[in-house]
Design a binder for this molecule. Sequence first.
Ligand SMILES: NC(=O)C1=CN([C@@H]2O[C@H](COP(=O)(O)OP(=O)(O)OC[C@H]3O[C@@H](n4cnc5c(N)ncnc54)[C@H](O)[C@@H]3O)[C@@H](O)[C@H]2O)C=CC1
Ligand SMILES: NCC(=O)COP(=O)(O)O
Length: 347
Amino acid sequence: MALKRTTKAARPVLGLTMGDPAGIGPEVIAKALADRALTRLCTPVVVGSRPVMERTIAWLKLPLQVVDFNPSNGLRLKAGQVAVADPLESPLPKFRMGAATAVTGAASIAFIKEAVTLAQAGSLGGIVTAPINKEAMNMAGFHYPGHTELLADLTKTTEFGMMIVGGPLKIMFTTTHVAINALSPLLTTERIGKAIRLAHLGLTKYFGIVRPRIGVAALNPHAGEHGLFGNEESTSIAPAVKLARAAGIKASDPLPADTLFGKAARGDYDGVVAMYHDQGLIPLKLVAFGTCVNLTVGLPIIRTSVDHGTAYDIAGKGVAEHGSLLEAVKVAARLAKSWSPVTKTSR
Ligand SMILES: NC(=O)C1=CN([C@@H]2O[C@H](COP(=O)(O)OP(=O)(O)OC[C@H]3O[C@@H](n4cnc5c(N)ncnc54)[C@H](O)[C@@H]3O)[C@@H](O)[C@H]2O)C=CC1
Ligand SMILES: NCC(=O)COP(=O)(O)O
């Protein structure tokens, strides 16, 4: 029997995927599990390797005890007990912390798949993902740019987008993990229009903002300066804005990105549509690294994530901070209490 789906009164059951076992995912999860701030927000279920979780808890000397996740017992846990859903058929072979391998990459994908299955079955009210390593995932033969596209594939979602929020900024990304020299042809009116619609959906449905004001970033310096420094503004961004406005969305003209994010941070816009990864993530991480939350807007399930990666440089050292994971749980728990599946991205 699946757990009853979260109600407004209950603390939602959230699945915390372990991410890449060789990164800081297990550590930030263990630290968060020992933090009362997390258990006040939700009933956590770690979706990951049970032996890795046990080793991490022991290594960090945390007062936690791992038990198997059993959806049919209503998650009746004693204080300090942590439920782990481990989808791996056999324990992971020995691996080195801080190194990308196909084995750990494959495990990180198995955890995500299991979490999606549990969420779709109603056993989890949402999922919060710890970082995967894209290189390890690709070494394992999963050729996705990141969670965002994998989750869309697993849930058969076509209209989805990566939104990251932090401090005063809420940013929707038109493209995610793309080489700069491959960017321009991807910035079609259709793709930008989709990002504007998803920004609107994210700001209204996920953050409750009525008639949000959306700032749309230009791609080129000074918004191209009438074609002097590029023309994506006139050929694709402005036409996408026009279509969005015709659909009733309050979207700005393509604005020079070097001043747009500051304006949004000061409150002139409720959200921003960035054209590419670093355009939006540099301002976000400058003002709020460690507390930003990544959401996949448009999925039929709730998914939030941390703002950081696997941080191989500090994996196994005990210095990783778990603040972003707590923030991601906070957002997922809030959404889980009022969630209704996305059916379309109309206003
Ligand atoms: N949600 C996800 O699954 C994400 C995955 N990644 C992946 O992570 C890998 C490494 O990416 P990088 O660009 O190097 O970013 P990164 O966030 O792993 O590391 C950047 C710097 O921040 C520090 N740092 C990161 N998280 C920290 C924490 N919780 N506490 C203290 N210091 C922390 C690291 O030590 C490093 O100096 C890549 O494979 C990337 O694709 C990156 C971002 C998000
Ligand atoms: N920089 C954001 C990031 O890498 C997370 O991407 P995803 O795994 O959530 O698609």
